[in-house]
Write a protein that binds this ligand. Structure first.
Ligand code: IVH
Length: 673
């Protein structure tokens, strides 16, 4: 910013600019600047906002990154109830609906507006003078939860409506979703971090919206499709025109709606999408058929539960029956054992299905599976088809109930089922081939040690030929043994050795992640690396000191401690250290990379009272931007009570009682300098 620009104006300009680029990128899928340029604009705005917090605008794109913590989502009674829709499953049902509508219309003409029935989580958005002021979940239809901070992180939800005709108040309803590819990518990342995969985009969306930390929500690939204006005064003459309005205001719409004059057209559209829906980038579970003319809707009215002018057509879940060939049990990197049914190939929802996961032992029991059973398989929102039942009439006379194995199919160890777990595990972590291979694969992953050329097949050969027993042995591999591998030659061997050598430059936090300690994902590894500075310090930490790190819970702390207690791991780590891997956080590199100031890291604050120089929110942000934490209640673990004017007497008292240092605003400012 040059000296002559007014900061308030500059903030407005940047806000508008960034919001426009956001819209181009996420709604139009047509970015006009590079990611780098975008980041620079955002950084500039962030810097200005932290310098002039009083000028931060309510539609600031910096809200998209979240940061607000919500302990409990307040209930909100909907202005008008969010009704459900009647369901229909056949042409017959639809014809009945049409007859009913025609009767209700009393001779007047009307048409139908058809849309995909988005399979996500419905959401009501309130805009006042064009600004998003509130987002409420459907709840029980009468009242829902206010999840505004979380919804503000969704890039396709406009924070301020665009266009000319902005109403004083409008309620826009629609569906929050995850696109299939984005969900898959995100699920992959979860798996990589040792977290469980989520079933389908809908569950993942619902879970995301309930997270207490909006910064976490911001990382989820959520999107929003608008489908209804729920404010009478604002509606256009037809629903179809409302969609135009959505586009003008900056919403994303699916672009796949249709206007139908009669039932024949309606059925045509339904048939058209029956198979095509599998190629969509989002999940739908049917088609919504709505009367298009808004005045006609009012005329037709409502039942207690649903509008009389709309109905949902549900596509039958694609079902098929097929025979189980055999069941095998797969062992993953963490030792988890998953039963998989191998099926006689069958066509289902556009793809040939040969396998279905049965999840765990409980599921085998629930289904009552026998060997050779003919089963029903279904593809709902899930990617992997599931077995939903057994065709008992086709059960073979000599079949036996499927028993869960007691020993590991790969190494023979006796399986264990930890308390409260639905899964069986192979405890032979260090010697069970799929676990060893899985761990090495994780170690060499692009996001961990990034060892190019060390794919699944090569790892398999290396382990099977006893050339390595764990990732600690990788660095002593010799050229002579590598060239002898199948499908490997001089060049591949050299390249792999080079990649191994290069990986010694990988920073400590990624090395820590590469170790594959259960529950320690890439983000947690970064936090641990920063907090402790070296592997030695983490190794010496107790479960209690580990939980002092933000986002490290008891489970993770315990697995970390257990990891370092394992003698074999200690030996592996020694090998890695000898090989020259980075076991220490390079402070300079860390700060240069992130340009952050962590001077308050490890310190926690409780803020109470009113302050002369900044709002509480601004102070909180300042503290957090320096790595400090802001808590709501005084406990022994809190470092400082920041007391302004009229600080709560009970807080001051408790701080004194527990020996928590009380500081003033001036003292905090000094610390920040
Ligand atoms: S119009 C009654 N259009 O379906 C209100 N609803 O079963 C009229 N839904 O909870 C709603 N896609 O969240 C409408 N294109 C669409 C929709 C849609 C999904 C959901 C909606 C509602 C449920 C009703």
């Amino acid at each position: 910013m040059d000296l002559f620009t007014n900061p308030q104006e500059k903030i407005r300009e940047l806000t508008d600019n960034i919001n426009r680029h956001n819209y181009n990128y996420y709604v139009l899928a047509n970015p006009t600047i590079s990611d780098y340029e975008f980041d620079m604009l955002l950084k500039e705005l962030e810097a200005l906002e932290s310098q002039y917090p009083q000028f931060r605008l309510p539609d600031s794109p910096t809200l998209r990154v979240g940061g607000q913590i919500t302990k409990e989502f307040p209930a909100f009674v909907h202005i008008r109830p969010m009704l459900s829709l009647g369901n229909s499953y056949s042409e017959e049902d639809l014809k009945d609906f049409d007859t009913q509508c025609t009767k209700l219309a009393e001779g007047r003409t009307f048409s139908y507006h058809l849309e995909h029935k988005f399979d996500g989580v419905s959401m009501s958005l309130h805009y006042e003078k064009g600004l998003l002021i509130r987002a409420v979940t459907r709840g029980d239809g009468v009242q829902g939860d206010e999840v505004t901070a979380n919804v503000k992180t969704i890039r396709t939800v406009p924070l301020r409506l665009k266009g000319k005709s902005i109403p004083d108040f409008v309620e826009v309803r629609g569906e929050v979703m995850m696109l299939r590819t984005e969900f898959d990518k995100w699920n992959e990342e979860r798996a990589l971090n040792g977290e469980d995969r989520l079933m389908n985009p809908r569950n993942a969306t619902a879970g995301s919206l309930k997270l207490q930390n909006s910064e976490e929500v911001a990382k989820r690939p959520l999107t929003f499709f608008a489908y209804q204006i729920a404010t009478d005064e604002v509606n256009a003459l037809t629903d179809f025109e409302n969609v135009e309005k959505f586009k003008e205001w900056g919403f994303k719409t699916s672009g796949n709606q249709a206007l139908c004059k009669n039932m024949e057209d309606v059925l045509g559209y339904i048939h058209q999408w029956e198979q095509k829906r599998y190629a969509l980038e989002y999940d739908i579970d049917g088609i919504v058929i709505k009367v298009n003319e808004i005045a006609m809707r009012d005329f037709m009215g409502y039942t207690a539960k649903a509008p009389r002018w709309a109905i949902a057509f549900k596509y039958p879940a694609e079902k098929a029956t097929t025979e189980i060939d055999y069941i095998n049990f797969q062992v993953g990197r963490t030792g988890k054992v998953t039963p998989v049914a191998n099926l006689k190939p069958v066509l289902l929802a556009g793809t040939v299905v040969k396998r279905a996961s049965i999840h765990n032992a409980d599921e085998i029991e629930r289904l009552g599976l026998h060997t050779g059973d003919t089963v029903y398989i279904e593809k709902g929102g899930e990617i992997i088809p599931k077995i939903t039942g057994v065709v008992l009439e086709k059960r073979l006379p000599d079949s036996q109930p499927v028993a869960f194995i007691t020993n590991c199919p790969d190494c023979g160890a006796t399986l264990v089922r930890p308390e409260k777990e639905v899964n069986f595990f192979c405890p032979n972590e260090q010697a069970c081939p799929p676990q060893i291979k899985g761990k090495i694969e994780h170690f060499s992953h692009r996001k961990a040690m990034n060892i190019d050329g060390l794919g699944t097949e090569i790892i398999s050969q290396l382990v099977d030929k006893n050339l390595i027993r764990n990732y600690g042995d990788l660095y002593s591999l010799q050229y002579e043994s590598l060239v002898k591998l199948e499908k490997f030659g001089d060049l591949s061997a050299r390249n792999l050795l080079k990649a191994l050598e290069n990986s010694k430059q990988i920073p400590f936090d990624r090395v820590l992640f590469a170790l594959g300690i259960r529950h320690v994902g890439a983000v947690a590894a970064k936090k641990l690396a920063r907090h402790f500075g070296s592997l030695e310090a983490i190794r010496e930490a107790t479960a209690e000191t580990l939980t002092n790190v933000k986002d490290v819970g008891e489970t993770m702390a315990n697995t970390i401690v257990a990891f370092f207690l394992e003698e074999e791991n200690v030996l592996i780590l020694e090998n890695l250290k000898k090989a020259g891997l980075c076991f220490r956080q390079d402070i300079e590199e860390d700060t240069a990379n992130t340009m952050t100031d962590d001077s308050l890291a490890g310190k926690s604050f409780v803020i109470s009272g009113v302050f002369a120089h900044a709002s509480r929110e601004a102070i909180k942000e300042k503290i957090e931007s320096r790595g400090g934490e802001v808590k709501s209640g005084i406990t022994k673990k809190v470092t400082y009570l920041l007391a302004g004017n009229d600080a709560g007497p009970s807080k001051v008292e408790k701080a004194k009682e527990l020996g928590v240092t009380i500081i003033s605003e001036e003292e905090l400012l000094k610390m920040l300098q």
